[in-house]
Design a binder for this molecule. Structure first.
Ligand code: SF4
Ligand code: MG
Length: 317
């Protein structure tokens, strides 16, 4: 497998007060392969979106390296940076907030086309129409405003905007979380069709493991700014090793609409600690029923326990 993006010891801290840092991403290392969908899963506030934004260079990294096709994205200058911003795009979580309500759909979709001066005049309009049809909308939609569309349609507009510049890599930041369950599958199917058609690589962010199972080749589980487990999607579901992954899996509702969502749910103990003052050792220690003394002092590293299955937990050492 060919690596498209290589992330090494990435940290992203936000200074929330003088010398007080929120450690949103705290030493994370993983690769994203060309053409794959890597699911990134964890509770809200665990740093998933921050990873996505730091990969795209929307945020500067506090420490560590992000390489795209072998080059450090945080050291790109002018033309290189512009080229990178074309090759790597984002689809946002909230299709209501991410589309400017005062802009026509045509201009929203053409944002990247205009920035990169890809097409003008009639060609530009042709391209807009083509993109609308590509995402299951139609050309008449070009002259309307975002408020005239449903959530699912707005997300299609967001997808058209991201694809307008023919990227190689797309961060899908919870693209279906804000949508009705009835349209979620349609949007996921569309993303998969587009991936096949254009050989796209996705980082697919979600807060719930059931959502990423269907779409991801591999899954990375995040907790408080760190990756605790990473493996092939099936492996994560059938052979979860980290106590946090196990807890997340037990929270997945049973796929039967007549069964109540909350039945059989194993609650995690306690709350997620603050990312400003996380535990010293394993960040999961206060919520882990298997915690040992060493867990309080020493942070477990991500270790390959079997081929391509990585876990960060003292239990496996
Ligand atoms: Fe639990 Fe210790 Fe493993 Fe952390 S390292 S998940 S506290 S057993
Ligand atoms: Mg988020």
């Amino acid at each position: 497998k060919e690596v498209l993006i290589c992330i090494k010891n990435l940290k992203k801290y936000f200074e929330v007060d003088k010398h007080v840092f929120l450690k949103a991403v705290d030493d994370v290392t993983f690769d994203i392969y060309k053409g794959e969908t890597l699911g990134l899963v964890g509770e809200s506030g665990c740093g998933k979106s921050t990873i996505g934004r730091t990969l795209l260079s929307m945020y500067a990294a506090t420490d560590g390296i992000v390489e795209f096709d072998g080059e450090n994205v945080h050291s790109f200058k002018r033309d290189k940076e512009k080229e990178f911003k074309k090759r790597a795009q984002m689809i946002f979580q909230d299709p209501y907030a991410s589309l400017n309500p005062r802009m026509l759909v045509s201009n929203i979709i053409a944002e990247g086309i205009d920035i990169h001066q890809l097409f003008k005049g009639a060609e530009r309009l042709d391209r807009i129409h083509e993109l609308l049809e590509l995402v299951g909308l139609n050309r008449e939609h070009a002259n309307r405003f975002p408020h005239e569309f449903s959530g699912g349609q707005r997300q299609r507009i967001g997808i058209a905007r991201a694809l307008a510049v023919q990227p190689d890599f797309v961060v899908c930041d919870e693209p279906i979380s804000a949508l009705d369950v009835s349209v979620q599958a349609q949007v996921v199917n569309l993303l998969q069709e587009l991936q096949q058609k254009y050989q796209l690589t996705y980082l697919f962010i979600a807060h719930d493991l059931s959502m990423v199972r269907y779409i991801s080749d591999r899954v990375a589980v995040m907790y408080l700014g760190t990756i605790v487990e990473l493996a092939d999607s099936n492996e994560v579901y059938t052979n979860p090793v980290h106590p946090y992954t196990k807890a997340l899996l037990s929270a997945i509702p049973i796929p039967d609409p007549d069964v109540q969502r909350d039945r059989n749910r194993i609650a995690l103990q306690g709350d997620v600690p603050s990312p400003i003052y996380p535990p010293d050792g394993c960040k999961f220690v206060d919520r882990c029923s298997a915690a040992k003394e060493v867990c309080r002092h020493q942070r477990p590293g991500l270790i390959e326990i079997s081929s391509q299955h990585y876990v960060a937990c003292h239990l496996i050492e």
